[in-house]
Design a binder for this molecule. Structure first.
Ligand SMILES: NC(=O)c1ccc[n+]([C@@H]2O[C@H](COP(=O)([O-])OP(=O)(O)OC[C@H]3O[C@@H](n4cnc5c(N)ncnc54)[C@H](OP(=O)(O)O)[C@@H]3O)[C@@H](O)[C@H]2O)c1
Length: 340
């Protein structure tokens, strides 16, 4: 990377994550010397007002990556697989939000403020973890460092913005359509509002599977929690039992976790560690953090910290974070800051 301020590209610039990346680069005064925005041919040619002046969106398929120092990718896995290696070969460091490279052995998977040091092993591509894993790692990373995480039962309550702009549009539409007749929601008889983003309606509903079904009846989102937790914490033997649920929330993924460690952890110790966790706010018993509280916030919120009541010595907690910010765009910008 050149010694002057970096030239930055946001790939997927018109999406939910790409838009958040631009505002976070600005709000954190990231030293951008030139900003380039890329998306599909549908958006190419559109002018976007940015703190670095008006920028015309380029078509990723024809954009020349020469001269880019840092490329923040959030345009989906297939675009990452095709273009991230080309950008890296042209000299950029790619910070990739998709799952395309996360489990590649030579690609670091980094949660800023949890395993920062891993970033320095990169060979041109750094992977940003899955948004659910990211949020829960902010709480479990410090506990793992203190006591060695051994076993984790984890259930996510994932917002629709995890499915991008489309997810938010679908929820707004279904709340409006289904909400027109409350009697049908109470007694049955509602009509399917249509659409194929999710297997069932998400408005006024809860879907007991987020992501696509994969091995063993678990979804790909659930497998991400298993594999990414182990890679981020550099602990391949951690046992993870995941369930990922989609809920009718616009922004903010909530995660209920029960963790057991290599030794018993008391409630007092856990509270002390979590109160000092960087990038996190521990809420006391009088305030329960919810997705509405975390939307638009950089910090992840932790609450309901309890000692386990079945097998003794573990800790149960609730954590919630803005999936578009710490779960995606903020962490990507923090990784870019680590690279500077
Ligand atoms: N949402 C989250 O919470 C979250 C969290 C972590 C990671 N991610 C990852 O971030 C990525 C984007 O997510 P999102 O939520 O921002 O989705 P989104 O709102 O649907 O935005 C998708 C972006 O990708 C661009 N794109 C789509 N097809 C393209 C193509 N063929 N060539 C170039 N650009 C293309 C879109 O451009 P057009 O506007 O031109 O179509 C848009 O800028 C995904 O890989 C997702 O897995 C998302």
């Amino acid at each position: 990377m050149s010694s002057s301020n970096p030239r930055v590209a946001v790939v997927g610039a018109t999406g939910a994550v790409g838009s958040a990346m631009q505002s976070i680069l600005a709000s954190r005064s990231f030293p951008v010397s030139e900003l380039r925005l890329m998306a599909s041919s549908r958006s190419a040619g559109r002018t976007v007002a940015t703190p670095w002046g008006d920028v015309v969106v380029e078509d990723l398929a024809t954009a020349d990556p020469a001269g880019i120092d840092i490329a923040l990718f959030s345009a989906g896995g297939s675009r990452s697989r095709e273009y991230a290696p080309k950008f890296a070969a042209a000299g950029a460091v790619v910070i990739d939000n998709s799952s395309a490279f996360r489990m590649e052995p030579d690609v670091p998977l980094v949660v800023a403020e949890v395993n920062d040091e891993a970033i320095h092993t990169h060979h041109g591509i750094v992977a940003n973890p899955n948004c659910t894993t990211m949020v829960v790692m902010m709480a479990l990373g410090p506990l793992h460092r203190a006591a060695g995480l051994r076993r984790l039962n984890v259930t996510s309550y994932q917002s629709v913005s995890g499915s991008g702009q489309t997810g938010m549009n679908v929820l707004a539409h279904e709340l409006e359509v289904l909400g027109k007749d409350r009697e049908l929601l109470v007694h049955g008889g509602w009509s399917d509002p249509g659409g194929d983003l999710y297997a069932r309606p998400i408005g006024f509903n809860v879907l007991p599977h987020a992501g696509s079904f994969a091995e063993g009846g678990y979804t790909d989102e659930e497998w991400k929690l298993v594999h990414e937790t182990r890679k981020i914490l550099d602990a391949p033997d951690i046992l993870v039992e995941p369930t990922c649920v989609r809920v009718p929330v616009m922004v903010g993924h909530g995660i209920a976790a029960t963790a057991f460690f290599s030794r018993p952890v008391t409630l007092e110790e856990a509270q002390q560690i979590l109160a000092a966790a960087p990038g996190a706010e521990l809420w006391g018993d009088d305030r329960v953090p919810t997705p509405l509280d975390c939307a638009g916030k950089d910090e992840i919120l932790i609450g309901r910290v309890r000692s386990t009541v079945g097998e003794a010595g573990g800790i149960s907690l609730w954590t919630v974070g803005d999936n578009l910010r710490k779960g995606a765009a903020l962490n990507a910008v923090q990784l870019a800051e680590l690279l500077l």
